[in-house]
Structure formats: C-alpha cells, structure tokens
Write a protein that binds this ligand. Structure first.
Ligand SMILES: [Zn+2]
Ligand SMILES: [Zn+2]
Length: 260
C-alpha cells in the first residue's frame, strides 16, 4: 500500500477521496484518469477495479458505516412532506450540503481544531481524544437556486465539546469514536501525533420528527501543525469571518444581523 507523504494539513486526506484513487493515490487531474466511485458508500473513488479490490479490507468498515447512515437518511427522507430543495430540503440533501461545506472549509476547520488542541494541551495529554470541534450551522433564509451548496449556511457556534457530551448530539451514536480510532491508526502510521475530530451539524426541520444532522471529519496533526497554523484566542471569531469571506458575503452584513 502506498504511503501518503506526511502533510502539514491533512485536509488533503479528506479531499483525496473525491480526487484520488483510495488505493494507489493517483490524482485525477495529474494523471488524467477517470475515477469510479464506490457503489457502497458513493464517496470513495478508485482508478480500477483491482485498486478497489485491494483497498476493500481497509475500506470495508467505513463503507458499511456510511451505507448504514445512507439507509437511515433514506428512511428520514421519506418522512418529508412538501419537499423543496431550497426551502424544505430532504435530510440527504442537507447532508450533501454539510459534506460540501466540510470540503470547502477544510483548511479553516483544521485551523480551528489546532487552536483547540493548543488550548487544551496542558489539561490533557491526549487532548484530541477528549475534545471534539463542534460546528453548528444554520441554513440561510432566501437560498438561491444557483447558490453553491457550501455557501448556504451561516456559523451559529464553533466550540470544543467533550467527546462524551457529543453523544447528546448524535442521539447516542458513538460510531464516530470508532471511526476516529481507525483514522488514528492510519495517521499514526503516516507520522502524525494526533487526530482531530470535527463534527459539522445543522438542524433539519423538514423531517418528521425534526433532527440534528451531522457530518464528521478527521485531521491528522503533528508538532509542525502548531507552527503552520495561526494560533489566536480569537479563533472562533476568525473561523466565522473566514467562512463569511469565502462565501463572498460582506463583513458588515454579519455585524448588522448579529446586532438585531
Ligand atoms: Zn488506483
Ligand atoms: Zn465505499
């Protein structure tokens, strides 16, 4: 199995699922190849059926987990009445938007995660196991049809939450702990010291009953990450501002809406 070079920001690892073969690491653009998506989870991509076969032992658990989530989401989708992708979206559509947000803001999420690890480093030895970076989003009113899926949210809160407490948001589902364990092993083998867990959440009130949806992502980090990323007590503010800026919304609008 090919070893990815240890990168400062592991957002590459998350993005590579969409742009690289999961087995041999060949990049779609550099190698001018066509990637096929895993029909199980519809996320992992491969350059050939051989690569997919060879990667199956490593991919199996994550794939089955994602499949289960997809099935649960499909059940929730069926409870939605008066479906409209802009005003009354299906849970599966919202989850796709959350994934898109996660992809787009990977470096910004990583930066917030590193700041949390920095803050908690004197309290816990393995701070990345104790705290999860929780990002609460709400969908903007008046979403335009041609708007990009990642630009449809505003940040309500971004904060560190104890791992045990996160179960309150996932309805007791602790599969993210298991997924993290797997990623930890993989990241450790690639020379990282720890793995940050970020959970990106939004409420879905078009389903019956309304439900909190979440998308989990993991980032490997090492001592060098603390040099590469800006450490600031203002990290929450800068996270929100960066999202607003990258969405092309003027800063004044944010101030105006928060003062009303
Ligand atoms: Zn391949
Ligand atoms: Zn899969």
């Amino acid at each position: 199995m090919s070893i990815q070079p240890a990168l400062i920001v592991d957002s590459r690892a998350a993005r590579r699922e969409f742009t690289q073969c999961q087995m041999c690491g060949k990049d779609k653009e550099h190698f001018k190849i066509k990637l096929s998506v895993c029909t199980g989870c519809r996320i992992a991509t491969y350059c050939s059926s051989k690569c997919q076969r060879d990667n199956w032992p490593a991919h199996k658990q994550l794939c089955l987990q994602r499949r289960k989530t997809n099935e649960q989401t499909a059940d929730m989708d069926r409870t939605v009445k008066d479906h409209n992708p802009l005003t009354h979206p299906l849970p599966s559509e919202l989850i796709a938007e959350l994934r898109s947000f996660t992809q787009k803001f990977n470096p910004v999420i990583f930066q917030a995660g590193i700041n949390i690890m920095h803050m908690g480093r004197h309290l816990w030895q393995d701070v990345w196991r104790e705290l999860v970076l929780m990002i609460f989003l709400s969908r903007l009113p008046d979403i335009q049809e041609n708007s990009r899926p990642w630009a449809r949210f505003k940040v309500d809160h971004v904060l560190p939450v104890p791992t045990d407490y996160v179960m309150n948001y996932t309805g007791g589902d602790d599969s993210f702990v298991q997924l993290r364990r797997e990623r930890e092993e993989e990241n450790l083998a690639n020379g990282y010291t720890g793995t940050i867990t970020a959970m990106i959440c939004t409420g879905c009130d078009s389903s019956d009953p309304p439900k909190m949806l979440h998308n989990v992502t993991f980032y490997g980090f090492g001592p060098h990450s603390f040099v590469a990323v800006e450490l600031t007590p203002e990290w929450q503010k800068s996270f929100t501002e960066n999202v607003e800026k990258m969405c092309g919304r003027p800063a004044t609008e944010l101030e105006a809406s928060s003062s009303t």
